[in-house]
Design a protein around this ligand. Sequence first.
Ligand code: SF4
Length: 455
Amino acid sequence: MLLRHTPKEIVERSALTVNPAKTCQPIGAMYAALGIHKCLPHSHGSQGCCAYHRSALTRHYKEPVMAGTSSFTEGASVFGGQANLLEAIQNIFTIYQPDVIAVHTTCLSETIGDDISQITGKAQEEGKIPAGKYVIRASTPSYVGSHVTGFANMVKGMVEVFSGASDEKEDQINVIPGFVEPSDMAEVKRITREMGIQAVAFPDTSEVLNTPQTGRYEMYPKGGTTIPELKSTGRSRHTLALGQLASGPAAKLLDAKCKVPCTLLNLPIGLRNTDIFIETLRQVTGASVPEALRLERGQLLDVITDMHQYFYGKKVALAGDPDHLVALTQFLKDLDMDVRHVLTGTPGKKFVNRIAEITGPNVNAYEAKDMLYFHQLIKNEPVDLILGNTYAKYIARDEDIPLVRTGFPIYDRIGHQYFPLFGYQGGLRFLERILNALMDRQDRDAPEETFELVM
Ligand code: SF4
């Protein structure tokens, strides 16, 4: 058993992380950049970083992920990577012809202090950026924050470059869906379409990282937010930012830069959070809620009511990213489940308070902690169910606890790219998955005399 050595006794560790519950900033920045149509992400650092970030995304989405790299060697590491980036920008526009290059930094280029905005300014001056093409940038040092911070920084970079202030507003809103699956981004668009709302969702990786097999490789698939759409975000009437950490900074910048007011919401996961999302859409646009969405809501409510006895009082431990954990905790709490441990590797002081506001003070909620700590929490207070990414499977196996995979990364299952967690339908599928895990366990463990056909 891989993690059998995890000690039950918890000792304070201040300078050692064992199995981080997060990954590095550029992965989030790269993912966000892929949500722009015809955008090539570019990693300003060594080839190894870029290879790791690409492979992490490819393993999770099961799609090829293209990105350029400044390919630092010893020279660039000592003297700076300006020459590498200038050459890369010219080569990429000439050979791969994207509309946008999205440059993010790495630990190395941040540590040596490369100034990306100065370098891209020089590229502009030297005519290395063709007319109508763009270079956006984000500072993503991995020794602070996490992949969620990197995502947020790159989305902010989109607003910095593309969103322009205007007194002429358009009859549209912006929705920033957060660091979520392509299927969730598609669900946001479907819900706004159902309500007859004109919305710009950015970034949008639907039909980029869940593309159909056509037999032909497309370097730039048809999905992604287009440049005209990104430019129009400054003329929208309102911004809904889903997930405070991943989407909040860009929404606030849009407000400050272009006077587009914003509302920060939880991710629309589960009945209550989806209700709030749809009600906010209704309030800011005046649209009414169509019968199709009422039907979906009613179906979710029906399953919650019918199956409540299987959820009631079940102890759950969750590990993942803050925006997901807040929304999932609310959903589980509304099902009358007993949320015991909630842990994220992403730093952020408000996280613990937000969880405690939902569950009450008796929860074990932690930010900036690792998976070893999560395992120790479970050893000290066992649970009936674990929600977490693929890395949680070692703990689930060692402790013999069912695991429902959620969040990022999920390397060993499929479905997250295609079936949303968002919305009433996403909630319904998520309930089904939790229920299957709990009922399969009940069947497995039931003695002969209580092994029932109808549970
Ligand atoms: S060096 Fe930094 S950016 Fe590169 S893979 Fe490691 S943590 Fe990520």
